[in-house]
Every structure is written in C-alpha cells, then in structure tokens.
Design a protein around this ligand. Structure first.
Ligand SMILES: [Zn+2]
Length: 214
C-alpha cells in the first residue's frame, strides 16, 4: 500500500467511523485529533514566572492551565496513541515560541524506560517531533534517565533531591545554541528543573521550556 493511498484510506475511514473530539465530545468527522472549536481554544502564551527561574524572565510557553480542553487532550495523549493530537498541540505551541529565543533544537523529557515499554511511546517525544518540525529545527533525544528515582519523586513531590541527577544529557546531541525542553504538563517543575540542570551541565547556554499545560 502506498503512503498516498494509506492517507486517503485513513481520511475516508475518519469520515465513516464516528469518533468523538477528545476536547468536547462533538463528532470529529473528517477532522483529525481535535474539532475546529477546540483547536481555536488552544492559544499559546509566554510566561516569565515558574520554579525554573530565580528571577522573572520569559522562558516558558504553554497553552494554559491544566483544565478543560488541555487537560482532556493531555489525558488522551497519554492513554491512547494519539499522533494527530500531538501534531495539533505541538504546532499550537510552536506558534507561541518567540523568534528571539533562537531555539536550535527541541528536547523531549524522557519517560522512565519501564514506563515507556509499558506505554509503547513517550508522549513528550510525539509532541517534541511536531513542535520541532513546525519550528524547522531537529528534535533530539539528548536526555536520558539515569535511575528510577523519578518514579519515587512523583510520589514524594517535596523531595527534590530524589530527582537530582536523575537525568543526564548527551553533549554530542546538543546544538551549541539555546534549546527548548518539551513535556506535556508542568506541575511542581521538579522534572523540568532536573532536565534543565542536566542540559546546562552538558553545555546548553540557554534552556527554554514548552508544556501543553501547567
Ligand atoms: Zn472539540
């Protein structure tokens, strides 16, 4: 089967099979991922305040709070293999990345290997590929998890030390300029902070962050 035929077949199936929009429950019809109304509700903006900066400075691009369409879309992204959704969210985020950040590469927050085997994919990587493609920069797997501490740290969110050293960055994958870290959600910020530390340690001069919601 050729790729073009596959795409046409997929398009035809989409119109035939009733599928609900994960954002609002309306029928998707021929639309992929999210209905037009939910897409229109995804507006990126830049934030200057987060646990990732000691001083306020624009560094974080997000589509908004972890609620409504964003919450439902992130859940769908985790629990179903929703590539269409990753593309829509990644592209929406890309439109909010300021040109003067001069981002040279997108770097997904890695899942714990056990979790990735279980799920079969990393949702941050799906988002990262879409975001990178829209920004016309590479998406590089520059970060690896070095131990399982992160799983535990999620249960004891107050213990930041558990995450310290949980990530390592491959210097060889870093572009030499500013990078954009991507994850689905920023909650305590401990994971992003540990990733940011690892990237800086490996020589990234500036680390910006993109998340669907926080
Ligand atoms: Zn919708």
């Amino acid at each position: 089967m050729t790729a073009a035929f596959g795409t046409a077949l997929l398009g035809a199936l989409r119109t035939l099979l009733p599928r609900a929009c994960p954002g609002c429950g309306a029928q998707l019809g021929a639309h992929a991922g999210l209905c037009p109304a939910c897409r229109a509700a995804l507006r990126p903006h830049v934030q200057a305040h987060s646990p990732l900066r000691a001083q306020p400075e624009p560094h974080l691009v997000t589509l908004g709070t972890y609620s409504g369409v964003r919450r439902r879309a992130v859940r769908e992204l985790k629990f179903a293999h929703a590539r269409d959704l990753a593309r829509i969210l990644g592209e929406a985020l890309a439109t909010g990345v300021p040109a003067d950040w001069n981002v040279q590469a997108v770097i997904p927050v890695p899942l714990h290997p056990g979790r990735q085997r279980q799920r079969g994919f990393n949702q941050a990587e799906l988002l990262g590929r879409a975001l990178a493609s829209a920004l016309a920069v590479p998406c590089v797997p520059a970060l690896i998890r070095t131990h399982a501490g992160a799983q535990q740290a999620r249960r004891h969110a107050a213990q930041r030390e558990d995450l310290h050293g949980a990530f390592r960055a491959h210097e060889g994958f870093l572009p030499g300029g500013p990078v954009l870290l991507i994850d689905d959600v920023l909650t305590t910020g401990h994971t992003a902070q540990a990733c940011q530390d690892a990237l800086k340690q490996a020589g990234a001069p500036q680390v910006y962050v993109a998340v669907v919601a926080r």
